[in-house]
Design a protein around this ligand. Structure first.
Ligand code: ACO
Length: 326
């Protein structure tokens, strides 16, 4: 088996900033409530007419440049998202064409906020077996297009963005050392877009009732998340017999600062070892972890050999973690 690791990262967020003060003008909320309960101060919003694939494209180009990889070298493109441009074709196929990745297989992956860690684990399998040499893994979302801007319970939480990583063969003992993927479909109703597919096709009635937008039971998700985030990292560590003290950095999904703090506590990690950008971007679902990775990498926070734990949870319900030696 070969070792599969990250060769380069990149990200893109839209320029338009929506602050908590902007939200105070739309719904009955306050900057104080949002910061105290979630840690979010502002989020990025894609302009009208800008599809998710535009964000993903920019993140992809930046990751390819960082990795020194040409698009023609790619064997695989996976886009983790819940806000694909269309149901068909997949956004991954659109990017395959736009990038000129002539030799790449391409598909979208649906695991919501756990999507990037899921997709990286999938790509790593092909690289470890030697079947593929280079894969582009993207987490990208335009959640703003699925937000009910009249629902203060959800509209303050989400934002738009895209992060990407090029995966390939790395030195033995480096790269993705272990992963843990999980699901519990019994909690599927906790975060859903009720009218978005064959179960309840989008119709005038469903739009009138806002059923084509995100519905969430925040408390239920919160309870699940605080357990899932720490547990999945512990599962990944257990598979390789690595004690949790070895983790140098935790790169968590950014849904709520209180969830992140609780996960860090369960892993006995001080917050200065946790990559946090929720204050700037809010919850960008599958894009959170790759953006946090790319920002921290660009800021040279990771040194060679550092042990990094990615940990995500999300709709499905799903959870996923990866242990990476940088
Ligand atoms: N501004 C002001 N008040 C608000 C707001 C708001 N934006 N939102 C809710 N409230 C009110 C509620 O109505 C409630 O009032 P009530 O007691 O009169 O009913 C009160 O604040 C407290 O609400 P709670 O739900 O108890 O607040 P909580 O501390 O649980 O925080 C939150 C809510 C932030 C949603 C939290 O539960 C959370 O973060 N949950 C997890 C969400 C999450 O991780 N989602 C991930 C989605 S992943 C994916 O796959 C897309």
């Amino acid at each position: 088996l070969y070792s599969a690791g990250i060769l380069g990262t990149g990200y893109y967020v839209p320029e338009k900033i929506m602050t908590n003060a902007d939200l105070e003008k739309i719904v009955d909320t306050s900057d104080e409530w949002i910061v105290e309960r979630t840690g979010i101060k502002e989020r990025r919003i894609a302009e009208d007419g800008v599809p998710m694939s535009d964000l993903a494209m920019k993140a992809a180009e930046s990751a390819l440049a960082d990795a020194g990889t040409a698009a023609e070298e790619l064997d695989l493109i996976i886009v983790a998202t819940l806000t694909s441009d269309r149901i068909i074709p997949s956004t991954a196929c659109m990017l395959q064409n736009r990038l000129g990745a002539k030799h790449a297989a391409a598909f979208d992956l649906s695991a919501a906020c756990s999507g990037f860690a899921y997709a990286a684990s999938v790509a790593a399998q092909f690289i470890e077996t030697g079947v593929y040499k280079k894969a582009l893994v993207i987490g990208a979302e335009t959640l703003s297009k699925y937000i009910n801007w009249e629902d203060r319970n959800t509209c303050v939480l989400f934002g738009d963005g895209a992060g990407a990583a090029v995966l390939g063969q790395v030195e033995d003992g480096y790269g993705i050392l272990s992963f843990d993927l999980g699901s519990d479909g019994s909690g599927g109703d906790a975060i859903q877009i009720p009218s978005s597919g064959s179960l309840m096709p989008v119709s005038k009635e469903s739009i009138d009732q806002r059923l084509n937008l995100i519905h969430m039971n925040g408390k239920e998700v919160f309870k699940f998340a605080v357990k899932a985030m720490g547990r999945t990292v512990k599962n990944s560590l257990e598979k390789i017999g690595m004690p949790q003290e070895k983790i140098d950095w935790l790169v968590p999904h950014q849904a709520n600062i209180r969830i992140i703090e609780s996960a860090a506590k369960r892993l006995s990690m001080p917050m200065d070892k946790v990559i946090v950008n929720i204050q700037k971007y809010g919850n960008m679902s599958a894009a959170c972890i790759p953006i946090a990775l790319a920002e921290a990498s660009a800021a040279k926070r990771f040194k060679k050999g550092d042990i990094i734990a990615l940990s995500g949870f999300g709709a499905g319900l799903t959870w996923a973690s990866c242990i990476i030696r940088w």
